[in-house]
Design a protein around this ligand. Structure first.
Ligand code: DC
Length: 231
């Protein structure tokens, strides 16, 4: 298998899951570009719902407004620069625990995977539950993780590069809080799929992670990548 649509003509789907700042977004973008696939950062969907909730004056408990926002989401909503703000990320983690929101966003994500935009022959989706819930039949599933300290260090570097100053202790605490919320929720919690390949990137840079994953996708990986279904 070398990254083409399968024999039944279904799009090639690659799932990349993991906690915040583990490197999954960078990996997913590079994979998509290299393999000519569409890319969906699914965290942006939850962030876009959070942003709409803020705009509507809704609070963290306003599930009806959040679910309506999720059902009405369009691609342009994912381009708002405010999506990266910390406040939006924290609220995103709360709306992500709402079953009505998850159900509406599931449909959006599955449409994207089944009919990738731009006529692409497949898609890379990154998030928390792609391999477990959104695309359980994905040809490849990767779970990208790293120690809390390493992830907080990367987030601090990102913030510094963007000209923002941040306190290390506060970033660590916020990240730990969000991890706990993502892992503990009842619906589609953050965890590796049973057949995911787990990559700990604590000691790896982005180039090394990309090279390793590409080798697995292109069948050069040596021991044990899972076989694509139907292969
Ligand atoms: O990856 P991120 O920080 O942009 O994600 C924002 C929040 O959305 C995160 O706290 C968890 C949630 N999320 C989710 O529950 N499922 C996904 N597939 C993607 C993100």
């Amino acid at each position: 298998m070398s990254g083409t649509a399968d024999a039944g003509g279904r799009p090639l789907v690659i799932a990349v899951d993991g906690p915040a700042a583990a490197g999954k977004g960078t990996l997913a973008r590079r994979l998509a570009r290299h393999l000519g696939l569409a890319h969906l950062d699914t965290g942006r969907l939850y962030r876009a719902v959070a942003l709409k909730l803020i705009a509507a004056g809704g609070g963290a408990a306003d599930e009806a407004t959040a679910a309506r926002a999720a059902a009405g989401l369009v691609a342009e909503d994912l381009e708002d620069p405010r999506l990266r703000e910390e406040e939006v990320g924290q609220l995103a983690s709360r709306v992500a625990a709402m079953p009505g929101v998850r159900a509406a966003l599931l449909a959006f994500q599955r449409r994207f995977a089944a009919a990738p935009p731009g006529g692409a022959r497949g898609a890379v989706l990154d998030g928390r539950d792609i391999g477990t819930a959104v695309c359980p039949d994905a040809a490849f599933k990767f779970f990208v993780t790293a120690s809390l300290e390493a992830r907080a260090g990367r987030r601090l570097k990102e913030l510094a590069e963007g000209g923002a100053s941040a306190d290390r202790g506060a970033v660590l605490a916020d990240m730990a809080k969000r991890d706990r919320r993502d892992e503990a929720r009842a619906h589609a919690p953050l965890k590796p799929a049973e057949d995911a390949i787990v990559l700990d990137t604590t000691e790896l840079d982005a180039d090394a992670v990309f090279a390793r994953v590409l080798a697995l996708v292109e069948g050069r990986g040596g021991a044990g990548p899972r076989r694509p279904r139907g292969a």
